[in-house]
Design a binder for this molecule. Structure first.
Ligand code: C2E
Ligand code: MG
Ligand code: MG
Length: 663
């Protein structure tokens, strides 16, 4: 055994103690020499070592040696003290004697390992050879190493350093591990956060995508809806909403195209037909607008199907239709179409279980280079249509240049007519009505004339139809009535004759249907102070035929005022004589056309004879109009007619001339 392997366990004597110390010092020195290089690297804070040993010498020796190595030393002489020290200051390593009074090394080690704060402190057991030392138990309780006594200081140092290195390394590894774990945790947390963010973002994106898809769908729907609405609007803009036929705007566009084409293509010929329903107003007034509308739809359909693909039909407005015929060869194509259309109207329309007949008047204009505006074509087609109406309706007329001048003249006349009343241009002439038996004048018919500033006296036949159409007949007629009543009253006051004269005044259909007619008549009678019995009103058959109810009411009111009622132009109208029974008619005036047909030999008297007979049977008075010759006068008188009127007796006279007759 070398000196350094001194038995410390048994070194209880002073000499042995000293020699041991001496030995250990030497050993320390030699060790220090050997580890000089290492020493320089070891700083003062090399670590704290707790030495636990009940042997003071061991404590002293070890602490001396280790503190010289730069370790900070703590010492405990028993287990209990060791536990207390550890709780105050944590050592970096513990050298623990096993065999100690009280708590032995195993127990100390067990307790240290049980406490997480101290569990990692490396424990090196110190054990004497002769002691019962169980290595397995030592490691089992947590020791990292053991050193047998008597120990070699170098060994102790090496083992201590080893364990400290391991311990430091372990701490570093732990720290690194911890750092690593922390970084991993941080990374994981970051990744998780990023993941969560991403997931959130994905969800958000999905949401947005859904929203986008939904709004895309909405948009697509909206686009489809809009397209539908646009198509509908487009259709509505170009079609008439009642008949669903193309409308005026559409037709004018087609005309523009046709005009353009005709200016570019030599052989291209086209025509415009202007159609107007005859007496459509009668349907509307008598059967109501609903039936009128249905009739218009039916007429439109029939015209369209009759036309087929040969032309474009449009509803132009009201009861007017227009047709564009393209690529025609000549006028015959157009008139043939017009005839076909008129023929198609010969069948009745069945509306609300009622058969309605309606005719058309058609105006035709052929497109030519002169027409550069659709409006001009339409204007002329319209003029031709009016001509067709004048020609008796239910026919067609092709536009001719003269028609335009005529239409223009009519328009001028209309303008003048509107001003005539204000300028007092109307005068009344009086035609005597003569008693055929006595040859004396029984009264006069008041006949209005227009003293036109440029054209002179105009006959009522020239302006009454326009006045009727424009409604101007109402004020003109009333003015004539006032004038005539006033004149008769004047003659009565002047007592120009002892015969109780009457005055006959013509009343147009339009006047007859005025709601305030009776009021106006009352006013005039009051103003002029003329007796109702002196007044006779002349109306045509059509006035009472078309207004059955109204006519009865008016006629009764007139009767109550003792005003007499005459049927003018008798025989030219409806030839339905039944109304004579129903209405309180006083007198009929045989139309001039029947009277003028009677020849000198007495031919053609049959109708006149029949009318006179009818009047006599019904106890109605008769006047024959238009007696021009003495023969006519005689024949009519012979047939039993009471009164006569005509150029044979006198032409209509100015009021001054009338007074002269009686003087
Ligand atoms: P009307 O009521 O049948 O009047 C008789 C027409 O025959 C008058 O024409 C008269 O001048 C004409 N006349 C009378 N005797 C003869 C004759 O022997 N030979 C010929 N060729 N003609 C004869 P006028 O004055 O031109 O009046 C035409 C029509 O105008 C009238 O026919 C009447 O329907 C209408 N009229 C005239 N004045 C008025 C008026 O004040 N109001 C209304 N609503 N209509 C009127
Ligand atoms: Mg008359
Ligand atoms: Mg007449």
């Amino acid at each position: 055994m070398s000196e350094s392997e001194l038995d410390t366990k048994n070194g209880k004597t002073k000499a042995s103690k000293l020699s041991a110390i001496k030995f250990q010092k030497e050993a320390r020195h030699s060790y220090m020499r050997q580890t000089q290089m290492q020493d320089s690297l070891i700083d003062a804070e090399r670590g704290t070592i707790l030495i636990v040993d009940d042997t003071q010498d061991n404590l002293l020796l070890l602490s001396l040696m280790l503190s010289e190595q730069g370790y900070r030393i703590r010492k405990a002489v028993n287990g209990e003290t060791a536990i207390k020290i550890v709780q105050k200051v944590l050592p970096d390593l513990i050298l623990l004697d096993i065999n100690m009074p009280g708590m032995d090394g195993y127990e100390v080690c067990k307790q240290l390992k049980a406490d997480p704060v101290t569990a990692n402190i490396p424990v090196i057991f110190l054990s004497a050879f002769n002691e019962v030392f169980d290595k397995v138990k030592a490691f089992a309780v947590g020791a990292v190493d053991y050193i047998a006594k008597p120990f070699h200081l170098e060994e102790v140092l090496v083992r201590v350093e080893n364990q400290l290195t391991i311990y430091t390394a372990k701490i570093q590894v732990d720290r690194l591990n911890e750092e690593l774990e922390q970084r991993v945790r941080q990374r994981t947390a970051q990744l998780e956060a990023t993941n969560r963010e991403l997931e959130k973002e994905i969800i958000e994106r999905k949401k947005i995508q859904h929203q986008l898809e939904a709004s895309n769908l909405e948009l697509e729907k909206e686009i489809v809806e809009r397209q539908k609405i646009q198509e509908l609007l487009w259709h509505m803009a170009l079609h008439d909403n009642l008949t669903d036929l193309p409308n005026r705007g559409f037709f004018i566009k087609q005309l523009e195209k046709a005009i353009k084409r005709s200016s570019q293509e030599e052989d291209y010929l086209f025509a415009v037909l202007f159609l107007d329903c005859d007496r459509f107003k009668v349907v509307n007034d008598s059967l109501g607008h609903l039936v009128g509308d249905k009739l218009l739809i039916a007429v439109g359909h029939r015209l369209k199907s009759c036309l087929g693909s040969t032309g474009t039909i449009a509803r132009f407005g009201g009861d007017e239709f227009t047709i564009l015929l393209e690529e025609i060869k000549d006028i015959r194509d157009t008139t043939a179409t017009a005839e076909k259309l008129l023929e198609a109207m010969s069948e009745p329309f069945s509306i609300q279980e009622r058969d309605i007949f309606i005719n058309l008047s058609i105006g035709i204009v052929i497109g030519s280079k002169e027409y550069q505006q659709p409006e001009m074509l339409l204007r002329d087609a319209d003029i031709a249509m009016y001509r067709a109406k004048e020609m008796g309706k239910a026919c067609y007329q092709v536009f001719e240049k003269g028609m335009h001048d005529r239409a223009q003249k009519l328009m001028e006349l209309e303008t003048d007519l509107r001003l005539a009343s204000d300028r007092s241009e109307f005068v009344v002439h009086y035609q005597p009505i003569v008693s055929l038996n006595s040859g004396k004048i029984s009264g006069f018919e008041a006949l209005v004339r227009w003293k036109h500033p440029k054209k002179g006296f105009l006959s009522p036949t020239e302006f009454i139809p326009i006045a009727e159409e424009t409604g101007l007949i109402v004020p003109i007629g009333l003015e004539a009535l006032r004038e005539a009543c006033n004149q008769l009253k004047t003659w009565q006051n002047q007592k120009i004759t002892s015969i109780p004269l009457t005055i006959s005044v013509n009343l147009s259909v339009k006047q007859f249907s005025q709601p305030n007619l009776i009021e106006e008549i009352d006013k005039i009678l009051e103003e002029t102070e003329l007796e109702g019995s002196s007044l006779k009103l002349e109306i045509t058959e059509s006035a009472i035929i078309n207004n059955d109810m109204l006519a009865t009411e008016i006629l009764q009111k007139l009767k109550s005022r003792k005003i007499q009622l005459l049927i003018d132009d008798f025989g030219t109208g409806y030839s339905s004589l039944s109304y004579l029974h129903r209405f309180p008619v006083d007198t009929i005036k045989i139309d001039r056309s029947f009277v003028s047909r009677i020849t000198e030999n007495g031919e053609n008297v049959e109708i006149v004879k029949a009318i006179i007979k009818l009047a006599q049977d019904l106890n109605i008075g008769v006047i024959a109009e238009g007696i021009e010759t003495p023969q006519q006068c005689k024949q009519i008188k012979d047939l039993g007619c009471e009164f006569g009127q005509g150029f044979f007796f006198s032409k209509p006279l100015e009021q001054q001339s009338v007074a002269a007759i009686f003087s």
